[in-house]
Design a protein around this ligand. Structure first.
Ligand SMILES: [Zn+2]
Length: 305
């Protein structure tokens, strides 16, 4: 049996963490002032998750202080888990919470990064929802990228290719600025979609990407391009993207030689930290202890470069 304590003291990366939902439910409740009924619970896909977000969490964050508080809770829970590098996403919509001021949002993020700099390396990622107001994306994203605060970008929302051409220029701009290019794909979508997203946006890393495991030629393509998958096993089980942890395709992806990280996604909803998931994967006979430790070491070494 692997224990969580075996992994707490090891250096770790969390490269797939939505910082507004990245804290424990136990940390969230006292701050929010309410309980979410029957929660955390296994859900049937992203639709059910978004119902909870719409009914409970979204409305609870209305001000810049709320955003700061939520991100702070997430960072503190990452530190408690021994995460040393946190590449976490700050959603574009929170510019609204900063009086529609890009400068104020950048200032808020900069303050948070500096506040925790002696405890954890927080690398801000700009998170963009595919369904967010395109006029605001066009107005806010270029100055946000040019600010220099963001080390990576991520695109999420429905895993469809409709409308992704509207984001192409943003990925080209990120490329010119030396900002890492990531996108959510292959959580529920198939291997072909993973390949087409990587090619279309010239991605460096994929958030999820587990759909690629269904096609060996796509896995080989990712290995050849050295595309990292930032995988979130507990999230995949809780949202029913995989039937069980025992059947999780991370094993196949790792054994194909594709670099991966083990990440939390939304700790509020899925309640398994990086260290806990390391132990879970071993105890479910998905990966060996040596494989898990090699994943942690490779990801930390690679992110430190
Ligand atoms: Zn995610």
């Amino acid at each position: 049996m692997a224990n969580v304590s075996d992994f707490l003291s090891l250096e770790k990366v969390d490269a797939h963490n939505h910082l507004n939902l990245g804290m424990r439910y136990a940390s969230y409740v006292p701050w929010a002032g309410f309980y979410i009924p029957n929660f955390p619970r296994k859900m049937n896909g992203l639709g059910e998750m978004h119902e909870v977000i719409g009914q409970y969490t979204r409305n609870r964050s209305a001000t810049a202080k709320d955003v700061q508080d939520l991100v702070t809770l997430s960072i503190k829970d990452a530190i408690a888990d021994g995460v040393t590098i946190l590449e976490g996403s700050f959603d574009i919509s929170f510019v609204h919470h900063c009086s529609d001021s890009v400068d104020k949002y950048v200032e808020l993020i900069d303050g948070i990064v500096k506040k925790f700099a002696d405890k954890i390396d927080v690398r801000p990622e700009l998170g963009m929802g595919k369904l967010f107001d395109k006029t605001k994306i066009d107005a806010w994203v270029p100055p946000l990228l040019e600010s220099g605060i963001f080390k990576s970008i991520d695109l999420y929302g429905p895993e469809v290719e409709d409308g992704i051409d509207q984001f192409k220029y943003i990925y080209e701009m990120a490329g010119r600025l030396g900002i890492k290019k990531k996108a959510h794909v292959g959580e529920f979508s198939d291997a072909a979609s993973v390949r087409s997203f990587i090619e279309f946006f010239e991605l460096d890393e994929v958030q999820h990407g587990i759909g690629a495991a269904k096609d060996d030629s796509v896995l080989q393509f990712m290995k050849d391009r050295n595309i990292r998958c930032n995988i979130t096993p507990a999230s995949n089980v809780m949202l029913s993207a995989v039937n069980s942890l025992e059947e999780h395709p991370i094993k196949k992806i790792v054994e194909c030689g594709i670099p991966v990280t083990i990440c939390t996604d939304d700790l509020l909803f899925f309640n398994r930290s990086v260290s806990e998931q390391c132990a879970d994967l071993i105890n479910a006979n998905v990966l060996t202890e040596d494989q898990v430790k090699a994943i942690l070491k490779e990801s930390v070494d690679s992110y430190k470069k």
